[in-house]
Design a protein around this ligand. Structure first.
Ligand code: GLU
Length: 314
């Protein structure tokens, strides 16, 4: 029987709030409904944005809600060697390449190509450095998203698994367990995306794919604001010869201004004195009833409801 491993992956750029608790609760319930393992991974690759002590406090907040991981949490800041290995494999198979472009260069190239293409105010990288750096110093590393075929042999010996891996198209469709069939054309909607930033930090996309595979994550349950990242992650999994987990993106909690509640727009940290009320509010967002006289009672009661709503299958 296949085994289930799920995870909650907070970034310690602030404390848990009503929105992030929904993702934590949903990933815990899905793991329990499958009789699986639930892990917590501290996503602290963006070190300048991390707040000292936040990861300890997040684990305390989770524990106050009786959400306790089945193994000690791992932190991404300790896993740079694994990310480097993955980048090396992608460079060897020519999926990844160094990029010398500054934001200004990208803007100028987009304008020269006609209409600047934008996505969430981000320019779609026009692929300038795919053909080489033209003598300019490398700043970042990018992942190709065009339907590129490796015509020439790779420059270096490459792992057999990656060598046999062929990707015909980067117009991806995937199934989300809550949102249904999803589609995104990576080449036209996203463009070649960053794997390692100009400041040397690892990009979220690469770190999350490497860690989900290394930790044997079979099911990803996380907030809907991250759904848009899924095709980039599937693309990386395919290029690295890694399995694709099942995905479920949970509803978002909106603040009084109608925007998604986030650390950036001042979401209140969870009140450790009232964990049951916080859990009940999160459960309500997931379509579960207000039950329980303690966190443990409530969690046990919701597992059946979760199963009925999201029909876990392995
Ligand atoms: N670290 C991400 C966040 O806090 C979540 C990443 C994920 O679940 O894939 O938004």
């Amino acid at each position: 029987m296949p085994t289930y491993t799920g995870r909650f992956a907070p970034s310690p750029t602030g404390l848990l709030h009503a929105g992030s608790l929904v993702a934590a609760l949903a990933s815990w319930l899905d793991a329990r409904a499958h009789g699986g393992t639930w892990l917590v991974r501290i996503e602290d690759v963006d070190t300048p944005r991390c707040i000292p002590g936040a990861s300890t406090l997040i684990l305390q907040q989770l524990a106050a809600c009786c959400l306790v991981p089945d193994a000690p949490p791992v932190a991404q800041s300790t896993r740079g060697a694994l990310y480097q290995q993955a980048l090396d494999a992608l460079v060897h198979t020519r999926w990844a390449y160094p990029c010398a472009c500054s934001r200004k260069d990208i803007e100028a190239a987009c304008t020269a190509h006609g209409q600047p293409r934008q996505r969430h105010a981000e320019l779609v990288y026009p692929g300038t450095c795919r053909a080489g750096l033209q003598g300019r110093p490398a700043r970042a590393w990018r992942m190709r998203t065009d339907a590129f075929k490796r015509n020439s042999p790779p420059a270096l010996e490459i792992p057999a698994q990656a060598a046999t891996n062929k990707i015909a198209d980067t117009n991806l469709t995937w199934h989300d367990r809550r949102l249904g069939l999803q589609q995104q054309n990576l080449a036209t909607e996203v463009g070649d995306f960053v794997l390692r930033r100009a400041d040397g930090l690892w990009a979220y996309q690469l770190a999350v794919v490497v860690d989900d595979a290394a930790q044997g994550i079979s099911h990803v349950v996380r907030g809907q604001d991250l759904a848009d990242n899924t095709p980039r992650q599937i693309h990386l999994q395919q290029a690295l010869g890694l399995p694709t987990p099942q995905y479920l993106h949970t509803p978002l909690v909106c603040g009084p201004n109608g925007e998604k509640l986030s650390k950036q727009n001042g979401a209140q940290a969870l009140d450790l004195d009232a964990p049951l009320a916080a859990l009940q509010a999160a459960a309500q967002v997931l379509g579960l009833p207000t039950v329980g006289s303690s966190c443990a009672d409530a969690l046990a009661a919701w597992v059946g409801g979760w199963r009925a709503l999201y029909n876990p299958t392995l």
